[in-house]
Design a protein around this ligand. Structure first.
Ligand SMILES: *Cc1c(COP(=O)(O)O)cnc(C)c1O
Length: 419
């Protein structure tokens, strides 16, 4: 049975923030908190849900590249999925062995491919041109295992910005190019895997299962005609996270059960089943707290995080929801009648708003705002506009509060701009 099957309760989050304050971080203007214990439990839940004869579960680094968090993931027996050669090096630095790194960049250069083959990474080719580059570099001595990414060409995307598996998407080889795919598998004997990834938020379990099933059907066809086995099947990530109490909670257990029902062989065949989840594992393992620096008429509460940390939220607020909690100077939830409050970021443009007219108890300078579900696609999308320091990143680890990454110093910021 899964052991994490609900969102963390607001009271729990406030208590966790008070632990952070008590551990000596009360004066930080903003903190990025990561619940490492919850993350470990979620990783264990996923492993249990996707039990297969052979499995390699990875976490998508781009969801949260904090090295000390990646180290927790690797220590839990997970591999890492890299969207760039730089992320490959983050994975190596986190202690991940090369054969547990999946290299998925959609724009791999020839030198990057040569390095990936030299290191013995798992590589998913995104397109036929890349496959030819790999063919030119590949030697029988390479330990790399190579797959081909297929776009299952689902009908339509609910959330166009993050969808990568619909008709017209530029990621992967479209399934409708079947003859060319069959030809590629016939010509390139080193190809031994299939990869599908649809994208997260806005996807449903039936849609995810449909995408996987289409590519599994392709594997059946290929296996019927091909001598060399296709012994690796990578079903990507893409499970949405729950950002609202009234949104469905799509657990790995529910997704795996739906996959088992639709494609029983997926979990029975002696192939390596690879997963690459990001958002669903990490989002609710993190929260951010900012001090309210000033309150302007409106009221407009000015915080220490805005479009620098929440770029998607600020520009597409209706698509990228977060829940906010008002906390007093000591970190206790504030009671009181709600007031339509605007939450502003610290950057120098009028649109730097995290929320408009949000019903919150009246805030005063020195209070705090806690922002939920920030463990994925938040710090990783940090923007340098206005050159503010990245806040301190902390981990809740058993009884300890650990520093995952110190707050940027002024010197770090100056160095970033060439100083
Ligand atoms: C981003 C990405 C993932 C992770 O996706 P989530 O939606 O965070 O689960 C997995 N695989 C590939 C190829 C990706 O680009």
């Amino acid at each position: 049975m899964p052991r994490v099957d609900a969102r963390p309760a607001p009271q729990q989050l406030a208590a966790a923030y008070r632990r952070v304050r008590a551990a000596g971080h009360a004066d930080e203007p903003a903190v990025l908190v990561h619940d490492l214990d919850r993350l470990r439990t979620k990783l264990a839940d996923l492993t249990l849900a996707f039990t297969a004869p052979r499995a390699l579960h990875t976490v998508a680094i781009k969801a949260n590249p904090l090295l000390n968090l990646l180290r927790v993931v690797v220590a839990a027996g997970f591999g890492l999925e890299a969207a760039s050669i730089e992320e490959v090096h983050l994975a190596l630095r986190a202690g991940c062995s090369p054969d547990r790194i999946v290299f998925d960049s959609p724009a791999k250069t020839v030198p990057e491919l040569a390095e990936a083959l030299h290191l013995g990474l798992r590589i998913n080719a995104d397109n036929f041109a890349e496959l030819e580059r790999i063919a030119a570099l590949h030697t029988p001595a390479s330990r790399s295992r190579i797959g081909l990414r297929i776009n299952p060409e689902l009908a339509e995307a609910a959330l166009a910005l993050t969808s990568v598996g619909h008709r017209g998407s530029r990621f992967g080889v479209p399934l409708s190019q079947r003859p060319a795919i069959l030809d590629a598998f016939a010509r390139h004997r080193f190809l031994s895997g299939l990869h599908v990834h649809i994208g997260s938020q806005g996807t449903t379990i039936p849609e995810l299962v449909d995408g996987v099933a289409r590519v599994w059907q392709l594997r059946r066809e290929l296996s019927a005609t091909r001598h060399d086995p296709i012994d690796m099947f990578d079903l990507g990530g893409g499970l949405p996270a729950q950002y609202r109490d009234d949104a469905p909670r799509l657990t790995p257990a529910a997704y795996a059960a739906a996959l088992r029902a639709a494609i029983p062989e997926l979990f029975q065949t002696d192939i390596l089943l690879v997963t690459e989840f990001g958002r669903s594992l990490l989002a609710d393992c993190g929260f951010v707290v900012s001090r309210v620096e000033v309150v302007k008429p409106g009221p407009v509460a000015v915080l220490h995080v805005g479009a620098d940390l929440f770029v998607r939220r600020v520009y597409r607020p209706n698509e990228w929801h977060h829940d906010f909690l008002a906390l007093d100077p000591d970190g206790h939830p504030i009671a009181g009648d709600p007031v339509a409050t605007t939450l502003a970021g610290p950057l120098c443009f009028g649109g730097d708003l995290l929320a408009r007219d949000l019903p919150l108890p009246a805030l005063a300078p020195g209070d705090h705002v806690l922002i939920r579900d920030t463990g994925a696609y938040t710090l990783s999308m940090w923007s340098r506009y206005c050159s503010r320091a990245i806040p301190i990143a902390l981990g809740l680890d058993g009884d300890a509060v650990t520093v995952l990454r110190p707050r940027d110093t002024i010197a770090d910021v100056v160095a970033f701009w060439g100083g």
